[in-house]
Every structure is written in structure tokens, then in C-alpha cells.
Ligand binder design. Structure first.
Ligand code: MG
Length: 169
């Protein structure tokens, strides 16, 4: 609920959260980001489908809500999440924060990948994330950058997300 001070000023309380995730690129795995399967020789290694973007968004929601992280919610030691569709985990996270009276104002994501080129798939990731969060696509942004061989150096893909949630009065 809204704090007394905010209510007195007629302002809504906002909460910000940040999520970061990275997974290694390996042969023999699908490359899935934001629920979009991207045709590429390598895919991301992980217990679930290793959708680093979905994981970053999930952790940003949990972060804004002051909840434990994705690993605490969906343990990678739990066989139930082996090969799991991470967009379903994101939907669960969205439902959990909604139940706390928090609405997604917007999210902004940055993918970090020297390979493959992700720009053609960004609009579909945006649509998928908006659908999972139950918000208009205008409230979701997904961008991509490279690290010029300095960071993950093509060995993996990283994803950052910040989420702004509004406390419902
Ligand atoms: Mg992950």
C-alpha cells in the first residue's frame, strides 16, 4: 500500500529493481532470449532453457518488490525446472508482485552479446515480455550492445534489466 507521506502529497510510491544474468554459449543447445528462439550454431547452457533475458527481468521484478532472487524462487537443483520455459517463471514472478499490489510501470533491458547479431529479434522479445508481464509493449524496451571483445567476449550472453513498479493505492 501507499505510504502515509506519499498519500498526503498525492503521489504514488515507485519501486525500482535491477536484474542481471549471463549464460555461456555452447554447442547442442537452443538459443532462447525473451522467449524467442534465435537460429544460431550455439545456445545458452543452463538448468532451465537458460533464457538470460527472462531471468534478468524476473530478478528485476523480485528486486523491486524486495523479494529473494530467482534462484531462491526456482532452484536450479529442482528437477521441476530442468529445461523449464523461463517465460513461465517470469509470468509467475509477475503474478507474485501483482499480488503484492505492485504494477509494472516500465522495464528497460540491455542484452550484451558479441555474437550473434540480436537486433532482428528484439521486437519479438519485447512483445513476448509485454505479454508475460500483462502490459503494453510500449512499457517494455529491449536493446542490445556488444562489448568489443572486452567482457563476455563472445563466450556468452548477458542481460540487464531495470524495472519500475508502481505501488497501487
Ligand atoms: Mg540464469
Amino acid at each position: 500500500g501507499r505510504g502515509a507521506a506519499e498519500a498526503a502529497r498525492g503521489q504514488e510510491a515507485m519501486r525500482i529493481g535491477h536484474g542481471y544474468d549471463a549464460h555461456r554459449l555452447v554447442p547442442g543447445r537452443k538459443l532462447i532470449l525473451g522467449g524467442v528462439e534465435i537460429p544460431f550454431a550455439l545456445g545458452l547452457l543452463g538448468h532451465s532453457d537458460a533464457d538470460a533475458l527472462a531471468h534478468a527481468v524476473t530478478d528485476a521484478l523480485f528486486g523491486a518488490a524486495g523479494l529473494p532472487d530467482i534462484g531462491a524462487h526456482f532452484p536450479d537443483t529442482d528437477p521441476a525446472y530442468e529445461g523449464a520455459d523461463s517465460m513461465l517463471m517470469l509470468k509467475e514472478a509477475a503474478a507474485e508482485v501483482a499480488a503484492l499490489g505492485l504494477r509494472v510501470e516500465n522495464i528497460d533491458c540491455t542484452l550484451v552479446a558479441d555474437r550473434p547479431k540480436l537486433s532482428p529479434d528484439l521486437p519479438r522479445m519485447r512483445e513476448n515480455l509485454a505479454l508475460a508481464l500483462g502490459v503494453a509493449p510500449e512499457r517494455v524496451n529491449v536493446k542490445a550492445t556488444t562489448e568489443e571483445g572486452l567482457g563476455l567476449a563472445g563466450e556468452g550472453i548477458g542481460a540487464h534489466c531495470v524495472a519500475l513498479l508502481r505501488e497501487e493505492p
